[in-house]
Write a protein that binds this ligand. Structure first.
Ligand code: SAM
Ligand code: SF4
Length: 330
């Protein structure tokens, strides 16, 4: 019997942020000088495995490892290796990761060996200078080599691109053609008001309805029914044959089909990306070696999952939620 929330939604998807640290400082995600959590506050990789395994026991079928940049956490492959036992046992359908791609050249084949089949790589531009400006320190060439390595290892790659007004809006068609030409899906994301950053999100925000209308001028976008258990809506682009996704938290609320919860690297369980309520799993994890208390805490937390979020980009440009995306896990 899977975990059920008060609105009858089965919770079958857990996203786990394994670190709040990152080797990039994307302008919409982080401020230039971030203070990161002290390492002793983090769950150990063994503790992360324990929590994930309890969720799998309770019916979670999909785990996504994210961050921060998950692949910069030391010895992260040991977590993938241990979680892969649930894939082998048939109790987990999918183990996957969202990454900025900087470490992929190094880890792609190990990820594939752990049973990872599909990954998401975040990339907002194909222009190396612009890439450095958006990420403040990222090297596009390295990410592209990482994508090559992932495809060579047999991983299916989906590209995630945040649509940024005046920054990459003129490039979206090119990004789509590039991704589809390499057999990769592309999903566009609207900027969400999460955490303080230097830039103004009102300046960054580009509604995807606008992007979609522009793409439709030169492409035929056929709606697909599939929802992949996530917030994206997909179309098939007739001219390229590829899939294009739209994640529109700001202009379209997708909460009614939400099947997920999120665990932070310190063991806070967030039932909704856009709300402040969280349950502490680190204490029950640490007070006893048995999992009974942890299980009870999880069940109680799910019973408080809210109906939805109500993001708005505030005119005074305050974040709707104080946490950065890198803390809750994108
Ligand atoms: N570092 C990894 C990466 O960039 O893929 C994983 C974590 S990152 C927080 C996950 C996703 O969240 C990325 O695709 C990123 O572009 C997106 N993201 C970060 N901050 C965001 C924001 N304020 N609004 C919308 N998407 C955001
Ligand atoms: Fe790092 Fe990902 Fe946030 Fe960019 S979006 S700063 S890569 S965590």
């Amino acid at each position: 019997m899977p975990l059920m929330d008060p609105f009858g939604r089965a919770i079958t998807y857990l996203r786990v942020s394994v670190t709040d640290r990152c080797d990039f400082r994307c302008v919409y995600c982080m401020s230039e000088h971030m203070s990161f959590l002290p390492k002793q506050d983090l769950l150990t990789l063994e503790e992360l495995d324990r929590v994930c395994s309890v969720f799998v026991d309770k019916g979670v079928r999909k785990l996504r490892i994210t961050g921060g940049e998950p692949l910069v956490r030391r010895d992260i492959m040991s977590l993938f290796r241990s979680l892969s036992r649930h894939l082998k046992a048939g109790t987990l359908d999918e183990l996957t990761v969202t990454t900025n791609g900087s470490q992929l050249a190094r880890y792609a084949s190990e990820l594939a060996a752990c049973g990872v089949r599909r990954i998401n790589v975040s990339m907002d531009t194909l222009d190396a200078d612009k890439f450095r400006r958006i990420t403040r320190c990222g090297d596009l060439g390295r990410v592209l080599s990482g994508i090559d390595a992932a495809q060579a290892a047999g991983l299916k790659v989906k590209i995630n691109t945040v649509a940024l007004k005046g920054v990459n809006e003129d490039e979206i068609e090119r990004l789509m053609e590039w991704a589809h030409g390499r057999g990769m899906g592309l999903t566009l994301i609207e900027v969400m008001p999460l955490g303080d950053i230097e830039a103004s999100r009102l300046d960054q925000f580009l509604p995807l309805s606008v992007v979609r209308a522009r793409l439709s001028d030169r492409h035929t976008l056929d709606d697909l029914d599939e929802r992949s258990g996530g917030p994206a809506r997909y179309v098939r682009v007739k001219e390229t044959g590829g899939k294009l996704g739209f994640i529109t938290p700001m202009t379209h609320n997708f909460c009614e089909s939400c099947n997920r919860v999120r665990l932070t690297c310190t063991g806070q369980l967030f039932m909704c990306l856009g709300q402040e309520d969280a349950a502490d799993l680190r204490t029950p994890l640490r007070v006893s070696e048995g999992n009974e208390r942890l299980e009870r805490t999880i069940i109680e937390a799910i019973s408080r999952k809210p109906k939805g979020h109500d993001f708005i980009i505030d005119r005074r440009d305050r974040p709707a939620v104080g946490r950065h995306m890198s803390v809750t896990g994108g």
